[in-house]
Design a protein around this ligand. Structure first.
Ligand code: SF4
Length: 296
């Protein structure tokens, strides 16, 4: 039987100077791929902002996880979102290209920046739901879990520990990343799971004393997912290491809370400074040397 010919697709390359290359070809034969675009990553993001009719300086591409940290310190997560905006833009951009191809919506190979940025404009939420329905859930093997238990013994980084605990204790559901517009913001999110009735969010906390903050953030994050992925319920699980226990909450999605929070975000993006957090939160903040809130 002959070998099946691999279909051409979008390929990406980034170099350390911030240049982004979009190619059309196959991974097996990437040296012969056609270069569709070679551009500075920030410039590409700014062209998309211009297409939206939004100023280049304004924060536009934001993750739901950052939006949901508003009540920890809104300014910290505004600055963090500015710092990470390019990353979120590229996720937004690549999802639009990838799903357009998967959905058979690509009628011709785009030849210039304008055509490339327009790809994905026609994707609707029903099509995202159809793509989600085709997703397979991958369960970790017992061997992989045993390996993670060993790695956890020598790991200190809370982010990596959270990822390990998620592999060990979280429930497995399919999910998909997609973006949604609210006024001038393009909001990106990928829930930990999406079912017919609920979105699923898993969090990890090392100590009982951090639990209430973790729960507040988890609720808001799950509300964002529920609101945008159109599910009535949210299931939240928080693993507390100190107790070695998974806490489970199954609640209605609070759409009103999300719309109120988005208004606060748009006001902050438009220049209204948020309230200062409790000062102890500043001691470990990566922005404390440049923060206008603590200087005000
Ligand atoms: S230094 Fe304090 S007020 Fe400023 S961003 Fe950080 S946590 Fe917020």
């Amino acid at each position: 039987m002959g070998k099946k010919k691999t279909e051409s697709n979008f390929l990406y390359s980034h170099n350390p100077n911030g240049m982004f290359k979009l190619l059309w070809g196959t991974l097996e034969n990437s040296d012969n791929a056609e270069v569709l675009l070679e551009i500075d990553e920030t410039e590409l993001m700014n062209l998309e902002k211009e297409r939206f009719g939004i100023s280049r300086d304004k924060l536009v591409f934001i993750g739901m996880a950052n939006l949901s940290k508003y009540y920890w310190c809104a300014w910290q997560y505004y600055l963090k979102s500015k710092k990470n905006e390019q990353e979120f833009f590229l996720a937004y951009f690549q999802d639009r290209l990838k799903y357009s191809k998967e959905l058979g919506m690509l009628k011709k190979i785009p030849k210039n920046e304008k055509e490339i940025l327009r790809i994905g404009d026609e994707i609707n939420f029903k099509q995202i739901q159809n793509l989600l329905d085709k997703k397979q859930v991958i369960n970790s093997s017992n061997e992989a879990k045993e390996e993670i238990m060993e790695l956890l013994k020598k790991e200190d980084d809370p982010l990596i520990k959270g990822y390990y605990h998620q592999t060990l204790y979280a429930e497995n559901y399919p999910s998909i990343r997609w973006n949604f517009r609210y006024k001038d913001i393009a909001i990106l999110g990928i829930p930990d799971g999406i079912t017919d009735d609920f979105v699923y969010e898993f969090k990890y906390t090392s100590k009982k004393r951090y639990f209430s903050h973790t729960l507040r953030t988890a609720r808001l994050q799950a509300d964002f997912y529920g609101h945008y992925f159109n599910k009535p319920k949210k299931k939240i699980q928080i693993y507390c290491e100190e107790e070695n226990k998974v806490h489970t909450y199954f609640e209605n999605v609070d759409n009103k809370e999300i719309l109120e929070l988005l208004e606060k975000w748009t006001q902050m993006i438009d220049g209204k400074l948020p309230v200062k957090p409790q000062s102890w939160k500043c001691t470990k903040c990566e922005f404390k040397d440049e923060c206008i809130l603590i200087k005000s």
